[in-house]
Write a protein that binds this ligand. Structure first.
Ligand code: HEC
Ligand code: HEC
Length: 471
């Protein structure tokens, strides 16, 4: 029997609002015809712009090896993944996942851990390699390891590993027989320079997510997020939504998580301080150690780039980068796309996407950040963890997030990655090359919604996809 979506107990479609064109409220910026995610919020006061650009310089210019004549920009490594923030968060957007098996990973990470829980790390680090495989080091020796003249420098710090991906494909067939090829990556870790990994190592491949609109996400009242969680699925929609509980080194307490792909960081300051320490090898007041484990003796013995206060990145410079991130804008939606995607918008609600990709929040008043206050924003995320099923699982718990839970990613700016970076790579490991592939990977709590999507006709599916790309 024919049963149209709205007659089958599907969620209601809220009336469209003109504010939907402005995802970051009054902070939304015009970027056409060249979209970018590295501009300041449109309502950032003029007087605050020099600080924004000073922070941007620190996020953009490469860090260098200590010692140098200036101690403001050195301290890279000894082990690291990239020299700059924007080297992974390309133009403020996502990183790049190599789509072949010959290009080594450079703007994504592989986290490693073993069984167990740790109050502050959320995981028990792999004993020799720590919590992340650093694929670069300050020594050039590894590049020349076959050249005889360099063998004398065997004491140099070697990168931990080189990481490649192997891709496996399967075909998904819609009820109307249309087919889509879905590819998934498998890790191929080579040149483990510090011996074998622990036999029970758990791995998590994570692409760098986009970092626009972060200050507005941070501004959302925790009570609004709490109101969306439904850990025991009391409303019976098969969608739970949980809050990760994570360590906050600033307050030295456990707090709700909000940032990172499994919401394992409580605020921007901790997220960014962690990125400096682990991704670039820059010690700072929140993460004072170098990225070396006790098994990596040459690493621990390297010259550091500490300033007089004992860190490679003092608090005031960390604050500048946090301030830069906090004030990154989100582009406006085009008037035309906003107008032409209304059928897709209705389907987005009716199939149940909006049950996790929460469209709208209003930020509370903040005396410290008036321009982030009282903004109607449209991020399309509940910032909660959802079990997304086996196919997406990394099987590596992170604080209380399980091996198959991921935080709902915001969808604002979704369609801009392709024009901005020349590729579209979605999901935590960049496996989906289009919104359609991303939806078809949804499982677990999103299984019913995916099912409804696959049962739409081809035209409706395209309408829904176009809507997501217009955000
Ligand atoms: C080697 C690549 C790489 C580098 C370099 C890097 N990041 Fe990231 N970034 C990531 C990955 C991967 C994640 C997701 C981490 C996770 O899930 O725990 C992330 C997460 C984030 C987030 C959270 C985004 C969200 O949606 O919750 C912010 C903010 C961020 N990074 C900012 C920075 C800043 C600022 C720097 C420079 C200090 C930086 N990153 C350096 C790869 C990188
Ligand atoms: C049960 C909650 C849930 C529902 C329902 C849901 N999603 Fe998602 N969505 C997620 C989570 C969690 C991820 C991240 C998964 C990952 O990274 O492996 C995600 C990822 C995505 C992505 C990739 C975003 C990116 O930046 O990588 C897109 C696009 C997307 N969803 C669109 C949709 C659409 C369209 C629908 C409705 C057809 C939908 N989702 C329904 C939770 C949900």
């Amino acid at each position: 029997m024919f049963c149209c979506l709205s007659a089958c107990g599907n969620p209601a479609v809220p009336a469209i609002s003109e504010t939907e064109r402005y995802p970051a409220g009054q902070g939304s910026v015009s970027t056409a015809p060249f979209p970018r995610f590295d501009l300041p919020l449109a309502n950032l006061p003029q007087a605050d712009k020099p600080l924004f650009y000073a922070g941007k310089a620190l996020a953009h210019q490469p860090w260098i090896t200590a010692p140098t004549i200036t101690d403001a920009r050195d301290g890279l490594g000894p082990l690291f993944n990239a020299r700059t923030c924007l080297g992974c968060h390309v133009k403020g957007s996502k990183g790049f996942i190599p789509q072949d098996d010959k290009t080594a990973l450079f703007s994504a990470l592989v986290r490693v851990s073993i069984a167990g829980q740790h109050l502050k790390n959320g995981v028990v680090n792999e004993p020799v390699y720590g919590d992340q495989l650093q694929t670069q080091s300050t020594s050039l020796t590894h590049r020349f390891r076959n050249a005889r003249s360099f063998t004398a420098r065997s004491e140099a710090v070697k990168p931990e590993a080189t990481i490649y991906l192997q891709w496996t494909a399967h075909t998904f067939t819609y009820p109307d027989q249309q087919q889509v090829e879905l590819r998934a990556p498998k890790l191929d870790i080579r040149q483990l320079n510090y011996g074998p990994l622990h036999p029970q190592t758990k791995f998590s491949l994570r692409n760098a997510p986009a970092i626009h609109g972060m200050g507005l996400l941070e501004a959302i009242d925790q009570r609004d997020i709490n109101a969306l969680q439904d850990p025991d699925d009391k409303n019976g929609d098969a969608i739970s939504g949980r809050i990760n509980m994570v360590w906050d080194p600033v307050t030295q307490t456990t707090q709700p998580g909000r940032f990172g792909l499994k919401a394992s960081r409580p605020n921007l300051q901790t997220t960014i301080a962690g990125a400096f320490a682990n991704d670039i090898g820059i010690s700072n007041p929140l993460f004072p150690s170098q990225p070396c484990t006790t098994s990596q003796m040459h690493c621990t013995l390297q010259v550091n780039g500490n300033n007089t206060d004992g860190f490679e990145l003092p608090q005031d410079l960390l604050d500048l980068v946090v301030n830069f991130n906090r004030n990154l804008a989100v582009p406006k939606r085009s008037a035309e796309q906003y107008k032409n995607t209304q059928n897709g918008r209705a389907l987005f609600y009716q199939t149940g996407c909006a049950n996790c990709h929460t469209p709208r929040f209003v930020t509370p008043q903040s005396a410290a950040l008036p321009h982030l206050s009282n903004q109607v924003i449209w991020p399309y995320s509940d910032l909660l963890l959802h079990d997304m099923g086996k196919a997406l699982a990394d099987n590596r718990p992170d604080f209380i997030a399980s091996g198959s839970e991921w935080r709902t990613p915001p969808l604002w700016g979704n369609g801009l990655q392709q024009p901005m970076n020349g590729y579209q790579q979605l999901m935590h490991d960049g496996r989906a090359q289009s919104v359609e592939e991303a939806i078809l990977w949804h499982g677990g709590e999103a299984q019913n919604t995916k099912q409804k999507f696959t049962e739409l006709n081809k035209k409706e599916r395209q309408q829904l996809i176009k809507f997501v790309e217009s955000l």
